[in-house]
Design a protein. Structure first.
Length: 696
C-alpha cells in the first residue's frame, strides 16, 4: 500500500513539474506564424519634421504639418524647403499632386487649394479641407476630395464641376485607365464617376458595404465582417484607393484590404490579424459558434485591419500602409485565386489562404509605426515616411518581376498659367415643411477653432466638464431644447460618463488669423467656465471611457439625447478637439463615427430616469437594429472641428458617437441654434453655481 501511495505521489509531482515547465517556457510565448521576410529598409538622413504626405512626379515633394513643403533629391539624399506663400508656411498640408503641365497642386487641412506654376503661387480654393488630389491619365483632369464633396477641374476648358451633396465626406480618389474616377468616402462606401467621350463626369453608382454583419437572420451582430476574408466591401469607411497597373481597383478600409478585378462590380477582402479581437469585443459578446482562424495562418493576413495608404511600385508590387503597424508588400497576383473565399464558409476561406501562402511573395515592414506617406521610387523601391519622422527607402529583396517603363506624359505649357478659382457650395438646409424626424448633414467647420462664441450656441450651449466635475451651460433656452449625455455599454459592463481636461497644445495654424482665433477661443472657453491650465489653454470634455476598455472593443460609445420642444429647424453643432501633441507630432489618431437616430420607442420595462447604465445598454442594443437618419465620420481635428446638422422639431433625437475602435470619445460641447426664427434674443448667461447636472 505504501509503495502505491509513493508511486501516486511521484506521478503527481511529475505532472506538476511538467505544468511548471510548460507555463514558463511555452504558454507565455505567442505562437509563431510566418509573416514573410523583412523588407530591406534603409534610413534616409533627411531632416523634415511633421511629414503628412508624399508624391513623386519625377521630383519628390514632401508636405508637412505646419513646416512647409520640401523637394527631395533622391541622388543627393537631401530635402530642400520650397518657397511658399505666407498662408502655406504654417498650413497643415494633406495632399500633393503634379499635373501634366508641371504645376504642383497642394491641398490643406483648412485653407483650401494652392497651385504652384514655376516659382509663382495662386490660392485657388477657399477654406475647405482637401485630403486627396488625383490627376487623370487620359486628359489631365484634376479631381479634388473636399469636405464639401468631389470637385473636378477640366484642364481643356478651365472649368470646375462639383459633386457636392451626392458624395459626402470623400477621403480618397483614383482614376482608371479610361479616365473614370473612383471616390472613397468616410462612411458611405465608394462612388464611381463615369467619364464621357467629351470629358464630362456623371455619378454612375455607389458601392456600399453592409452596415451590420451576421450569420443567418442575426443581421445586428457586428459592424465588421465575422470572417478573415470573404466577399464584398468589408467596411464603408474607405481610407485609400488605388487603381493598379493591371486595372485592379484596391480599397484600403478600416476593416482590411478589398479589391475588384471587374471595375467595382464584385469585391474580395482580406483582413488584419486583430479581426478576432474585434469579434471578442462585440457589444453583445462573441457570436455563437464563431471560431477564429488558427494562429499559424495569421501570416497570410495583414498586420492590422486599419489600412491607411496604398501605392504600387514600378514592378507592380502592392504596398499597404497601416495606421500603427508599419507596411507590408504583397504580390497582387497571389490574391487573384480561382477559389475565392465565401462569406460564412470557413472551408473556402482556408483554401484561399492556403493558395495565397503558396503563391505570395510577402514582406513586412521593420517598424511598428503609423505610415503617413508612401511614394514609389525606381524599380522595386519606395520612399516611406513613418509618423516617428525618419524616412526610409524600402524594397522587396530578390523579387523577380517585370519592371514596366514609366508612362508619364510629356509636360506641355497650359493654356492658362493657373486654373480659375472656384467656390464650393454649402449643403442646403431642410425644407420649412419638413417634419420630425428629419436630419441633414451640413458639413464641417474647421476654421472657427474653439472660438465658437457668437457663431454657434446662441440658443443653447452646453460645455462638457466646463466646471468639472460638472458641465457648464453658458446659453440656454429650455423652451427650445434640452440635452443630456451618457455612455453606452461594452462587454456587458459600463463605466459612468467622465468629465476630463484635455491637455491642449496648439500645434500649427494655417495663417496668422488662426493664432488670433486660438487666443479668442481660449477666452471663450474661459467665459464658459471651462477649466484652465496655467497657460490658459486647456479644454474640457465628456469622455466615454478611460484606458480600461481595449481599442478592439465595440464601444464604449458616447450618447447625447437632444429634445427639441419647438417646431421648425434647429442647427446642431458638435465640437471636437484633439489637442494632444508630443514631440511635435500627434500622440494618437482619433477617428469617431457619428450616427443620429430618432427617439427610441418606449421600452416595455420602465427604466429609472437616472439608471444610466441600463439606459446606455438599451440604446446600444436598439441602435444595432435601427438604421440611422444620418451618418458621418470625424477625423483629423486636433485644432477643433464642428460637425453640423439641421434637425427638425419638435421631437427627440439620439446622437451616438462611436469610438470606432479607438481608445475613447471626447466631446467638448453641444451647441444648438434655432435657425428659422428671426432675431432671436440674446440667451442668458448662467451664473457659476449653475450646471447641467440639474437637467433631467
Amino acid at each position: 500500500m505504501r509503495r502505491i501511495l509513493l508511486t501516486v505521489l511521484w506521478i503527481a509531482v511529475l505532472l506538476f513539474a511538467v505544468q511548471i515547465v510548460y507555463f514558463v517556457f511555452f504558454s507565455t510565448k505567442p505562437l509563431k506564424y510566418n509573416e514573410g521576410a523583412p523588407l530591406a529598409a534603409v534610413r534616409v538622413p533627411v531632416d523634415v519634421k511633421n511629414v503628412s504626405c508624399l508624391t513623386n512626379d519625377g521630383d519628390i515633394w514632401i508636405g508637412t504639418n505646419g513646416n512647409g513643403i520640401y523637394r527631395y533629391d533622391v541622388i543627393g539624399s537631401n530635402a530642400k524647403p520650397v518657397e511658399v506663400p505666407d498662408e502655406l508656411k504654417k498650413a497643415d498640408i494633406r495632399s500633393l499632386a503634379a499635373d501634366r503641365y508641371g504645376r504642383l497642386w497642394v491641398g490643406t487641412a483648412r485653407s483650401g487649394l494652392f497651385v504652384r506654376n514655376g516659382s509663382e503661387w495662386k490660392h485657388v480654393g477657399s477654406t475647405e479641407r482637401i485630403p486627396a488630389i488625383r490627376v487623370s491619365p487620359v486628359d489631365g483632369a484634376v479631381a479634388l476630395a473636399t469636405n464639401f464633396g468631389v470637385v473636378v477641374y477640366n484642364a481643356e476648358t478651365d472649368t470646375w464641376t462639383e459633386f457636392g451633396p451626392t458624395i459626402v465626406q470623400p477621403t480618397s480618389l483614383a482614376f482608371d485607365a479610361k479616365g473614370n474616377l473612383f471616390a472613397g468616402t468616410s462612411c458611405h462606401g465608394i462612388f464611381v464617376l463615369k467619364r464621357s467621350d467629351t470629358g464630362n463626369f456623371s455619378v454612375g453608382k455607389q458601392i456600399p458595404a453592409p452596415r451590420r454583419y451576421g450569420p443567418g437572420s442575426a443581421s445586428n451582430v457586428s459592424p465588421v465582417p465575422l470572417d478573415s476574408c470573404g466577399e464584398g466591401l468589408p467596411s464603408n469607411q474607405i481610407n485609400a484607393l488605388l487603381v493598379g497597373s493591371d486595372g485592379t481597383v484596391w480599397a484600403g478600409t478600416s476593416a482590411g484590404l478589398a479589391w475588384s478585378r471587374n471595375n467595382g462590380e464584385t469585391w474580395t477582402f482580406l483582413r488584419g490579424r486583430d479581426y478576432g479581437d474585434k469579434m471578442r469585443g462585440l457589444f453583445a459578446g462573441t457570436p455563437h459558434g464563431w471560431k477564429e482562424l488558427p494562429r499559424i495562418r495569421f501570416g497570410e493576413l495583414l498586420p492590422e485591419d486599419h489600412v491607411s495608404l496604398l501605392t504600387e511600385d514600378e514592378a507592380g508590387t502592392l504596398w499597404v500602409g497601416t495606421s500603427s503597424l508599419g507596411c507590408v508588400a504583397l504580390k497582387p497576383s497571389s490574391l487573384y485565386q480561382t477559389t475565392l473565399p465565401k462569406n460564412d464558409d470557413p472551408a473556402s476561406q482556408q483554401n484561399f489562404l492556403t493558395e495565397i501562402a503558396a503563391e505570395s511573395s510577402r514582406f513586412h515592414g521593420t517598424k511598428a509605426d503609423r505610415i503617413v506617406g508612401m511614394t514609389p521610387l525606381s524599380g522595386t523601391k519606395i520612399l516611406v515616411a513613418p509618423s516617428s519622422g525618419s524616412f526610409e527607402t524600402m524594397e522587396c529583396p530578390g523579387v523577380q518581376q517585370e519592371i514596366k517603363p514609366s508612362s508619364k506624359p510629356e509636360r506641355t505649357s497650359p493654356k492658362q498659367a493657373f486654373p480659375t478659382s472656384y467656390v464650393t457650395k454649402s449643403v442646403d438646409k431642410t425644407s420649412e415643411k419638413a417634419e420630425y424626424p428629419n436630419v441633414v448633414f451640413l458639413g464641417e467647420d474647421r476654421t472657427t477653432s474653439q472660438n465658437w462664441s457668437g457663431k454657434y450656441g446662441k440658443t443653447y450651449a452646453l460645455i462638457g466638464g466646463g466646471e468639472m466635475p460638472h458641465d457648464k451651460l453658458i446659453a440656454f433656452d429650455e423652451t427650445v431644447c434640452k440635452v443630456r449625455s451618457f455612455v453606452g455599454n461594452v462587454g456587458n459592463r459600463t463605466r459612468p460618463l467622465e468629465r476630463v481636461a484635455l491637455s491642449h497644445v496648439h500645434h500649427h495654424h494655417d495663417d496668422n488669423s488662426r493664432e488670433e482665433q486660438a487666443t479668442n477661443g481660449s477666452e471663450s472657453l474661459q467665459r464658459s467656465g471651462s477649466s484652465q491650465s496655467p497657460d490658459g489653454r486647456s479644454l474640457t470634455a465628456w469622455s466615454s471611457t478611460g484606458s480600461t476598455v481595449p481599442r478592439t472593443a465595440d464601444g464604449q460609445h458616447l450618447w447625447c439625447e437632444i429634445k427639441l420642444n419647438q417646431p421648425g429647424r434647429h442647427e446642431l453643432s458638435l465640437c471636437f478637439a484633439d489637442p494632444v501633441v508630443e514631440n511635435d507630432r500627434v500622440k494618437e489618431v482619433r477617428d469617431f463615427l457619428i450616427e443620429i437616430f430618432p427617439e427610441m420607442p418606449t421600452p416595455k420595462v420602465r427604466i429609472p430616469k437616472n439608471d444610466w447604465q441600463e439606459l446606455g445598454k438599451r440604446f446600444d442594443e436598439w441602435a444595432t437594429q435601427t438604421e440611422p437618419l444620418v451618418r458621418c465620420r470625424v477625423a483629423d481635428f486636433r485644432d477643433g472641428i464642428y460637425e453640423r446638422f439641421a434637425l427638425t422639431g419638435p421631437g427627440t433625437y439620439m446622437v451616438k458617437i462611436d469610438k470606432n475602435y479607438g481608445r475613447k470619445v471626447d466631446l467638448c460641447a453641444v451647441l444648438i441654434d434655432k435657425t428659422d426664427a428671426a432675431d432671436l434674443p440674446e440667451p442668458p448667461i448662467m451664473s457659476s453655481d449653475q450646471s447641467s447636472d440639474n437637467i433631467p
